[in-house]
Design a binder for this molecule. Structure first.
Ligand SMILES: NC(=O)c1ccc[n+]([C@@H]2O[C@H](COP(=O)([O-])OP(=O)(O)OC[C@H]3O[C@@H](n4cnc5c(N)ncnc54)[C@H](O)[C@@H]3O)[C@@H](O)[C@H]2O)c1
Length: 293
């Protein structure tokens, strides 16, 4: 029997969490949005509102659909507020200890049959599952950024994930009108295993002075036909997330080819995390992004 998912909890109201809430609500699920900071929940709701308004102006959804979807999203300021959820998707910071702590707080408030998922970009699903009371009902549901626009979702089973959880997750993702790619539980899965080393290499290219920010991004946009340059993309993903993924690849695969570029480390240490802090390889504080190197 495939479990029926009606209410979805989302932990982390950042760029990914609010995007997941957005697509779930439009697909008719009731959504509870949680964050460690109530201000981030408010900001997440405002972002969803603005993004849906843009969809209305582009006529991809109607005003009635926007209103109905917004009415389905409610704040969950306390973890206990997620108690009635059939599925909870964790989309907080890409740090294993933080995720483990979240699961330790979450599991006791959930129904025994509830499914727990992580939107982690890179961390072992089997290891995260082992920190919960329900490894068989734990799965990786990895969305792409920006969630409302990107068609792909990776599904990753941990070693213990049972068939019912996998099947229920497939039905859930299909209802969001996304296409599934199934990945084995290896560091960074499929997309980020390929994408992040390319971004890291672009940062080495900058670090070694082969080209400046503008030259590197122009080269890859026009020379490789990428819709965005790799440094622009790194800023969009968040440099903290990029660094965490490279660290997981480096540690998990024990191969020096995944060594995070020291310049990436330095930017993260400076708090220059890309668009979300208005400064990364570009400076976003003015009218248009200005390359910083
Ligand atoms: N950025 C991307 O392109 C991308 C793509 C796919 C998956 N992911 C993954 O999604 C997750 C979130 O990334 P993001 O880009 O949305 O980051 P973000 O920095 O925009 O948001 C993270 C949010 O989590 C909240 N948070 C931190 N600790 C928390 C806790 N203990 N409980 C509740 N909320 C907490 C923060 O307040 C913040 O609002 C990460 O695991 C990341 O690897 C990111």
């Amino acid at each position: 029997m495939t479990a029926t998912i009606k209410t979805v909890g989302i932990i982390g109201a950042g760029q990914m969490g609010n995007g997941i809430a957005h697509v779930c609500a439009l697909a008719g699920f009731d959504v509870k949005l949680n964050d460690i900071s109530p201000d981030r929940i408010k900001a997440g709701m405002a972002t969803i509102n603005g993004n849906m308004a843009r969809q209305v102006s582009k006529k991809t959804i109607s005003e009635d659909e926007r209103k109905a979807a917004l009415a389905r999203i409610g704040p969950a300021e306390k973890i206990e507020d997620l108690g009635a959820c059939d599925l909870v998707i964790e989309s907080a910071v890409e740090k294993e200890e933080a995720k483990r702590k979240i699961f330790a707080d979450l599991c006791p408030v959930l129904k025994p049959e509830a499914i727990v998922a992580s939107n982690t970009s890179s961390i072992s699903i089997t290891r995260l599952a082992s920190s919960t009371d329900r490894p068989e009902r734990f799965i990786g549901i990895h969305f792409m950024n920006p969630v409302p626009l990107m068609e792909l979702v990776e599904l990753i089973r941990g070693i213990a994930t049972d068939d019912a959880t996998f099947d229920a997750s497939k039905v859930f993702v299909t209802k969001l009108h996304k296409t599934i790619a199934v990945s084995e539980d290896f560091p960074a899965f499929i997309v980020n295993r390929i994408l992040l080393p390319m971004i890291n290499e672009a940062i080495y290219t900058l670090y070694e002075g082969v080209g400046n920010v503008e030259a590197i991004d122009t080269a890859m946009r026009l020379g490789a036909h990428h819709p965005m340059g790799p440094l622009e993309l790194a800023d969009f993903i968040g440099l903290d997330t990029c660094l965490s993924v490279m660290q997981v690849l480096h540690e998990g695969l024990a191969d020096s080819k995944y060594r995070p570029c020291p310049l990436l480390v330095k930017y993260v240490e400076a708090g220059w995390l890309g668009r979300k802090t208005q400064r990364g390889f570009y400076d976003y504080r003015g009218d248009k992004p200005v390359p910083t190197r």
